[in-house]
Design a protein around this ligand. Structure first.
Ligand SMILES: *[C@@H]1O[C@H](CO)[C@@H](O)[C@H](O)[C@H]1NC(C)=O
Ligand SMILES: *[C@@H]1O[C@H](CO)[C@@H](O)[C@H](O)[C@H]1NC(C)=O
Ligand SMILES: *[C@@H]1O[C@H](CO)[C@@H](O)[C@H](O)[C@H]1NC(C)=O
Ligand SMILES: *[C@@H]1O[C@H](CO)[C@@H](O)[C@H](O)[C@H]1NC(C)=O
Length: 802
């Protein structure tokens, strides 16, 4: 009789696990059954640890969960497993109680048990910006054949397959090594994929395990994008040329992705309830197995050690398979320590502006003009007419009787009194609800226009939105003037104004600037690694948009547009993903670290006015914690001269030097770690990274001058095509001495590797307040006269809290 396998969830719990069950019984003992809250855990197992009694890994996993949970647990139909992973990661996800998770963690063959977290998309959500993509330089495109035959995985909200940006006209056959599939579902027939969109999958089991069955009226169980974010990011990375493209009349021209011939594969992991780790990891796993070349992840991270971070773990598996992982830095700026997705094996991308602007200034009745921005494209305000201005937060200003001044100042739903705002331009404070939603509240209350004013906390950073009524955004200083002007108004002399929409301005100076929202260093997990790595355009980005989703991103927006303007590090990340595909196409032998190094060491830090790139939030020069190595420069990245390469075992040494336990290291890397050698060899800052970050603790309480020294070892690989002699030059961070040894590197051949040491001595002066920190930036540059290989050096001195 042939042996028939039963579905895993019927498979009996076999002998080796009885021991486990006893352990589970003990550790669950104190808690009392029933009232333990179940959640999703991601479980990493050791490769090759599967007991031979189990025919498949799924059988083993299921048995392990059942044993750890003990008797009396109830499982959803289909068994306890949510996902099983085998490519980027070895293991599974399942729902269980904390006690069961603890029991499972010490089971044989289990390397780590990590609680799931929920992520959010890294767009500033309602910013609907306008702006053409910076045209990719043609030489780079030609040399890489526009990225043809490389596949970029977009891990996001799915994709709108019928969009013109994803048409496959003129493309060759699907690359032979592609092993992915086109999962069909509602709104996504099998014919949705083509030679451009070569694969599509969706992962919702983790989401539904926590949030319950999805509401299939509100969202779609397929890779179809009903949000817009994934369509937008995919077309930034690899949309084909589309002409003409514009949003509601702004920024007319050609829309084009960075790698216009590269193939796309959509992995939908983000749903109305967020993006769940277990689903993201399933997407990484599928992407590795499918054979993608680049993973683009515009999803915010969390700040936990790497061994507890499913994205960091999945990205490690992908990197080991030779895949470049590019992720958004997050939108938590401009405060420090806000950067996310900070593992050194990922490219962490912040957002900058381009030289394009959408001015929409406010002219007041007293003649003042306040600078604003907007991409509102509907019927204009009456030309020449001054409208009455009202600030809903002022007493008697326009709050409904049911509401308080605070809600009204924010223009929250239902907070405005129609009698007080009808026919007027309403001033709303930024914050709490989305910017476009405030416009909708004003419109529904009968207002004719809106000025969205930053508070002190928001600073001067502005996002132009595709509002549902004539509206503009102004900075904190202008907001203060505006509120003051309205407060000084009288019955005889009411406050009046209008908004002057000026359309698209090009050639704006200075550009780029670091977007105020772009998340900043230092790296909260490992300050030895400078993050973000670099910045790319993330402000006013015009890209593809699904028909049937309004551009303002609010349900009441019934408008339809083929392109839309968004801002966020979500938009910056796919620029780097597309460029990474071009570099990989041109240099197939380069590792992910080499590609990242090329992008970083060729990045620029001077803007189009030849000043240091500025920070939008302050107007002052940006530092290394704001822009990392600088703004990406595609042309130069093609031929960087030297690269700082890193292999998987180097990351193991790095994790050893973070003092992770061998078990925690194994959770990330799947390989046994012997840290003795690595720890003898130095410190975490010795990872062969293309930037240098030295951190010192100021000695003593209320320390006076702190004198500290450290050194870095680096190895560069010659990729310039032949013999070359490089010389070092250093711009030392203020108050520091930096020496390089040797100062001259003579390469005899391509591919040769040479090492050098960088010593940093800091005497950063004066008394420091307890808890304060001092940051100084400089740079180390190698040049052979033809290539310029620049690494930022950042020195941080932290004064202890007391
Ligand atoms: C599902 O979504 C629709 C549309 O948003 C909504 O009208 C309906 O109430 C929702 N159903 C449930 C059960 O939440
Ligand atoms: C730009 O500024 C740098 C440093 O201030 C200076 O050395 C360089 O000559 C300037 N370049 C141009 C084109 O003005
Ligand atoms: C690791 O431990 C060593 C020895 O205790 C210490 O000197 C070093 O600073 C630690 N490194 C980190 C990154 O915590
Ligand atoms: C830097 O070098 C100079 C000259 O050798 C020396 O006087 C100074 O003390 C050094 N500074 C630090 C911070 O080590």
């Amino acid at each position: 009789m042939p042996l028939q396998l039963m579905p895993p969830h019927y498979y009996p719990v076999l002998l080796p696990l009885l021991v486990l069950a006893a352990v589970a019984g003990v550790s669950a003992g104190g808690g009392g059954d029933g009232d333990v809250v179940e959640r999703t855990y991601i479980v990493r197992v050791d490769a090759d640890a599967k007991p031979s009694v189990y025919p498949t890994h799924a059988h083993w996993y299921e048995a392990a969960v059942l044993a750890a949970a003990g008797d009396g647990s109830e499982w959803p139909e289909g068994g306890p497993l949510i996902h099983t992973y085998s490519a980027a990661f070895q293991g599974f996800s399942a729902r269980m109680s904390p006690a069961a998770a603890e029991a499972l963690a010490s089971a044989p063959g289990v390397a780590a048990v990590v609680p799931e977290r929920v992520r959010q998309l890294a767009t500033t959500r309602s910013p609907r910006f306008l702006g053409l993509l910076s045209s990719p330089p043609s030489a780079l495109l030609a040399e890489s054949d526009f990225g043809a035959d490389l596949v970029i995985a977009i891990v996001d909200t799915g994709i709108s397959p019928a969009h013109r940006s994803f048409h496959d006209r003129g493309l060759g056959p699907v690359p032979g090594r592609w092993r992915g599939l086109c999962a069909s579902g509602p709104g996504f027939p099998p014919s949705s994929c083509n030679r451009k969109l070569v694969g599509a999958r969706f992962f919702s089991k983790g989401y539904e395990a926590t949030s319950g069955r999805m509401n299939e009226t509100a969202e779609v169980r397929s890779a179809l994008d009903t949000d817009g974010h994934g369509t937008h990011t995919a077309s930034i990375a690899a949309g084909r040329y589309v002409f003409p493209a514009s949003t509601l009349g702004y920024a007319r021209g050609v829309a084009a992705g960075m790698a216009p011939k590269a193939r796309l594969a959509a992995y939908k992991v983000c749903w109305v309830g967020g993006c769940f780790d277990s689903d993201i990891l399933a997407a990484f796993d599928a992407a590795v197995a499918d054979g993608v070349d680049v993973v683009s992840l515009s999803v915010g991270g969390v700040v936990v050690p790497y061994y507890l971070d499913a994205i960091a773990i999945g990205a490690f598996g992908a990197t080991e398979a030779g895949i470049v992982v590019s992720a958004s830095a997050g939108n938590g700026g401009p405060g420090g320590l806000t950067v996310t997705n900070v593992a050194p094996w990922m490219a962490t991308v912040g957002a900058g502006s381009m030289d394009r602007a959408f001015p929409a200034n406010v002219r007041l009745g007293d003649g003042q003009v306040l600078d604003g921005v907007s991409v509102y494209g509907g019927p204009a305000l009456e030309s020449g007419k001054l409208y009455e201005l009202v600030y809903a937060g002022a007493s008697g200003g326009g709050a409904s009787s049911a509401s308080d001044g605070y809600s009204a100042s924010m223009c929250l739903d239902g907070s405005l009194d129609p009698a007080a705002v009808r026919g007027k331009i309403v001033v709303c404070d930024r914050g709490v609800n989305s910017r476009a939603a405030k416009g909708d509240v004003v419109r529904r209350a009968g207002g004719v226009g809106m000025v969205l004013a930053n508070g002190a906390f928001d600073g001067e950073g502005l996002v132009a939105d595709c509002h549902v009524l004539p509206a503009t955004a102004v900075g904190a200083a202008a907001g203060d003037r505006l509120r003051k002007y309205i407060a000084s108004a009288t019955k005889q002399r009411p406050a009046t104004g209008t908004i002057l929409f000026e359309g698209t301005h090009l050639g704006v100076h200075p550009a780029p600037v670091v977007a105020a929202f772009s998340a900043r260093g230092p790296n909260p997990q490992s300050p030895e690694i400078l993050k973000p790595d670099l910045i790319a355009p993330g402000l006013n980005i015009l890209a593809a948009w699904p028909s049937g989703v309004g551009p303002a991103g609010i349900p009441s927006d019934g408008r339809s547009t083929e392109f839309n303007i968004l801002s966020g590090t979500s938009m910056a990340c796919p620029h780097v993903s597309g460029l990474a595909a071009l570099l990989k196409a041109a240099h197939p032998s380069w590792s992910p670290a080499a590609i990242k190094s090329a992008l970083m060491t060729t990045a620029y830090v001077r803007d189009n006015s030849n000043g240091t790139v500025a920070d939008e939030s302050t107007g002052a020069a940006a530092g290394a914690f704001d822009l990392g190595a600088g703004h990406v420069d595609p042309m130069r990245a093609m031929d960087p001269g030297l690269v700082y390469d890193i292999g998987p075992s180097d990351y193991v040494s790095f994790l050893c030097n973070l003092n992770y336990t061998e078990r925690n290291i194994r959770a990330v890397t799947r390989r046994p770690a012997d840290c003795r050698g690595a720890r003898r060899a130095g410190h975490a800052g010795n990872l062969n990274y293309p930037s240098l970050s030295a951190t010192f603790v100021a000695a003593g309480a209320a320390a006076a001058a702190a004198a500290s020294r450290t050194h870095f070892i680096r190895t560069v690989t010659n990729v310039g095509g032949g013999s070359a002699v490089y010389r070092a030059s250093v711009t030392a961070p203020e108050g520091c001495n930096v020496t390089v040894q040797p100062r001259r590197l003579a390469f005899r051949r391509d591919g040769q590797r040479l090492s050098f040491a960088v010593r940093v001595e800091a005497a950063l002066g004066g008394r420091m307040e307890p808890g304060s920190s001092l940051v100084r930036s400089g740079a180390l540059t190698w040049s052979d006269g033809r290539h310029v290989v620049r690494s930022p050096i950042v020195v941080t001195v932290q004064a202890p809290l007391q």
